[in-house]
Design a protein around this ligand. Structure first.
Ligand code: DX5
Ligand code: ZN
Length: 214
């Protein structure tokens, strides 16, 4: 089954409760955390996740685009995240392993994320303990960018690795997902689709979510 994770990066931050309510037919809320160092943009942090948690029971899929994420795992877990994604490029492998261990200790779901430059094989040391792998289909940092078609190959390779070592693991894609690219990523093996501008920019948000389920 395909799961849809609208990104609130495209929501109106002054009306976040309303805009989260608008995506209630989706499977999870995708929360983009950016630190202005790992990526050039700064978005939201721990206090906002905490506030969101008070106003929704939806699954919170928190995408950490921050350097040395191990420093903040406990804080985001305490704030109410259900799943955390840490970028493999954000720290040394031993510290990524520590971040995953901290997620495990907090009882949240664990994911690693790959920038477009990172090869599918980079997930191999972690794959057996993961609940999800996130393959970026744009350079992380901003919503509304064009889908990188060459990432279809990375998605296929990650799908092969998942099927071989941990078939229960989800494969999420993030960036430039619209009804057309959704078909392509699902054919390549993705089963969780993040979509910001194509959901929040649509005249009928509920219909946009259903259309992405392909
Ligand atoms: C980009 C973020 C995405 C972003 C996707 O760095 O990780 O989640 O919100 O936005 P769209 O769907 O507009 O490409
Ligand atoms: Zn994201």
């Amino acid at each position: 089954m395909i799961k849809i994770a609208p990104s609130i990066l495209s929501a109106d931050f002054c009306n976040l409760e309303r805009d989260i309510h608008r995506i209630r037919t989706a499977d999870m809320v995708h929360v983009d955390v950016m630190d202005g160092a790992f990526v050039p943009n700064i978005t939201i942090g721990v206090p906002v996740v905490k506030s969101i948690r008070k106003h929704t029971d939806m699954f919170l899929d928190v995408h950490l685009m921050i350097e040395k994420p191990v420093r903040y795992i406990d804080a985001f877990c305490n704030a109410g995240a259900d799943l955390l994604s840490v970028h493999l490029e954000a720290d040394h492998p031993t510290r990524i392993a520590e971040a995953l261990k901290a997620m495990e200790a907090n009882g949240v779901k664990k994911a690693v994320a790959l920038r477009p430059i990172t090869s599918a094989q980079a997930v191999l040391p972690y794959i057996e303990q993961l609940d999800m792998v996130l393959v970026m289909t744009v350079e992380p940092g901003f919503g509304g960018q064009a889908f990188m078609t060459h990432q279809l190959e990375t998605i296929r390779q990650v799908r092969e690795i998942i099927n071989k070592y941990n078939p229960a693991c989800d494969l999420e894609v993030d960036g430039g997902i619209n009804p057309e690219t959704a078909k392509q990523v699902v054919a390549a093996g993705a089963n969780v689709l993040v979509a910001g501008s194509s959901v929040y920019g649509a005249p009928d948000i509920e219909l946009a979510i259903e259309t992405l389920r392909v």
